[in-house]
Write a protein that binds this ligand. Structure first.
Ligand code: B12
Ligand code: SF4
Length: 469
């Protein structure tokens, strides 16, 4: 008689509200597919993405494993509690549980601190023996050689934008005060071996896309065939180009495979025209740059001094000159900022034709030095993690009220994704991959249309804010 395999449910929980639910397409994810890849074959593994699927709380499962960023943690705890009531073992990993394991342990039987792949098989073996530990501590200095390919096949492609997520490195040498990446993944920039990345990319993109019409369209600068043939990659690394020699080797592979791609990178690469030209040759559509602030003083405050040396406008122009679009992100809520900051960011985005521009409220995530500092100053006013979504203000600001900050942000998003702004940034020349950016901006246009804002600093005609957009 055949015995039934034990079932492991890997769950990415979701809030029942929030901006992402308004998107037609959403991004897939890699963390649970990575865990699935190191799960021994004799287990049955299912991944549930609650943003798209309903969790069956009566499912006959042996183990439930949850992942969550901070704003999703409360929902992850609810899900864990419900399974636990039935006696199902629950465990949790990810940035939030790793930072606050005590909190998570009130809801789950075990917490995995750090990178999951390296302790997951051991956890399963312990559970089999009835010896599950409360904490599994995985360091932040693992070699990435031999990292298995994530089980992307366990995600339903119908739910996601046709984009393949790939990771090449972990860790970041910088120390930005709001960011948990270097604390979580370490300061050492760890790189996967080029041969392993090449094999993974070839398995997905080797062959295909040889049709002469497609090639001609692509040569004319029309990206359509790449979209249709799903030859798009998003490198989720926090900093794809921290080691340019290494990045160049990957770019040679991308060029050979004839794909389009985008990544996160720091602004300093804009000073290297040779590198930008190679990015363009290899199919780079966009660089996501965390500009954070237009004030050098504030960049220093957040320990991002390296960025303060750069002329952001000149950097964007250098990317555009090389046919690379820029997705710029900013942060508001610094102590010296008043409501005129929204207008300044809007004007900057228009003046420099940022292909996509998104601003967030400065958020002290637990575990970061920003959190420690704000806690010391007694400025944390909100402990509901759901509000730690960068659209809410969770600390006592100085130059604005909480309402001004939250409503000003909404207003900025609405103006940034208005039709006139989209026209000025995307349609009016220079056009950099306009199809790609039009699609992306129109998603946000759809979403923000429903947002009403009682406070609209971009329409306030005072001395600081200048003319209306
Ligand atoms: C790509 C990315 C996004 C993308 C896509 C996310 C996706 N679909 O995967 C987008 C743009 C949508 C996004 C959005 C947000 N993001 Co984001 N994002 C990232 C980024 C750059 C990479 C994430 C990633 O895939 N990493 C690689 C995977 C393999 O790592 P991982 O998820 O941490 O998983 C590993 C371990 O944590 C652990 N693990 C994780 N879960 C589990 C579960 C179990 C059971 C086990 C055993 C182990 C385990 O094992 C995994 C493998 O080693 C990270 C920074 C970073 N380098 O991680 C920020 C990061 C995760 N994001 C962050 C934030 C704040 C957000 C937002 C809340 C706000 C914002 N303005 O960006 C939103 C909210 C999204 C949401 N759903 O709530 C913060 C999280 C901070 C926190 N305390 O939660 C990070 C760390 C960046 C930062 N500056 O601090 N993000
Ligand atoms: S450069 Fe990016 S990933 Fe690195 S610490 Fe700063 S914000 Fe975090």
């Amino acid at each position: 008689m055949q015995t039934k395999n034990k079932k492991i449910l890997l769950i990415s929980p979701a809030r029942d509200r929030g901006p992402e639910e308004d998107f037609i397409f959403k991004l897939s994810f890699l963390n649970l597919p990575y865990l699935a890849a190191v799960t021994p074959a004799h287990y049955e593994v299912e991944i549930i993405d609650e943003e798209k699927e309903v969790i069956n709380f009566d499912d006959d499962v042996w183990l439930v494993a949850l992942t969550a960023q901070t704003p999703i943690a409360p929902r992850a705890y609810e899900v864990a509690d419900r399974f636990r009531q039935r006696g199902v073992t629950t465990v949790m990993g990810g940035v939030h549980a790793s930072t606050l394991p005590e909190e998570a342990l009130a809801h789950v039987d075990a917490v995995i601190i750090g990178e999951g792949e390296f302790v997951w098989p051991g956890l399963l073996a312990d559970l089999e023996k009835g010896e599950l530990q409360e904490r599994y501590i995985s360091g932040t200095d693992h070699s990435l050689a031999g990292l298995p390919w994530p089980r992307r096949d366990l995600l339903n492609p119908r739910y996601y934008i046709p984009l393949t997520l790939v990771e090449t490195t972990r860790g970041c040498p910088h120390h930005c005060d709001f960011c948990g990446v270097s604390k979580f993944f370490g300061h050492r920039y760890r790189k996967r071996p080029i041969a392993e990345i090449t094999a993974e990319l070839e398995s997905m993109f080797g062959g295909g896309f040889r049709h002469s019409v497609s090639r001609l369209l692509a040569r004319l600068g029309l990206d359509m065939p790449y979209f249709i043939e799903r030859r798009l990659i998003y490198f989720i690394d926090s900093n794809f180009a921290a080691d340019k020699k290494y990045a160049l080797e990957i770019m040679a592979v991308l060029q050979r495979l004839d794909v389009k791609w985008w990544c996160h990178a720091t602004v300093d690469i804009a000073r290297d025209p040779e590198f930008l030209a190679r990015m363009n040759d290899s199919g780079c559509l966009a660089v996501n740059v965390g500009f954070e602030s237009l004030s050098p003083e504030n960049l220093k405050t957040m320990h991002k001094s390296y960025a303060a040396r750069h002329d952001y406008g000149a950097a964007i122009k250098a990317f555009h000159d090389n046919n690379i679009g820029v997705m710029g992100t900013f942060v508001v809520g610094f102590d010296d900022e008043d409501p005129s900051i929204f207008r300044r960011i809007f004007d900057f985005s228009i003046d420099h034709q940022l292909d996509w521009s998104l601003t967030f409220i400065r958020t002290p995530y637990p575990g970061t030095s920003l959190y420690a500092q704000m806690e010391k100053e007694g400025r944390i006013i909100e402990r509901d993690w759901e509000k730690y979504d960068t659209l809410h203000c969770v600390f006592a600001p100085q130059g604005m009220t909480v309402t001004e900050l939250e409503e000003g942000l909404k207003s900025l998003w609405r103006h940034t994704f208005s039709l006139s702004s989209i026209y000025r940034r995307i349609i009016k020349g220079p056009r950099v991959h306009p199809l790609f950016y039009l699609g992306m901006n129109m998603q946000f246009f759809q979403m923000v249309r429903r947002w009403q804002s009682s406070f609209d600093p971009l329409l306030t005609k005072d001395r600081r804010s200048g003319p209306s957009p």
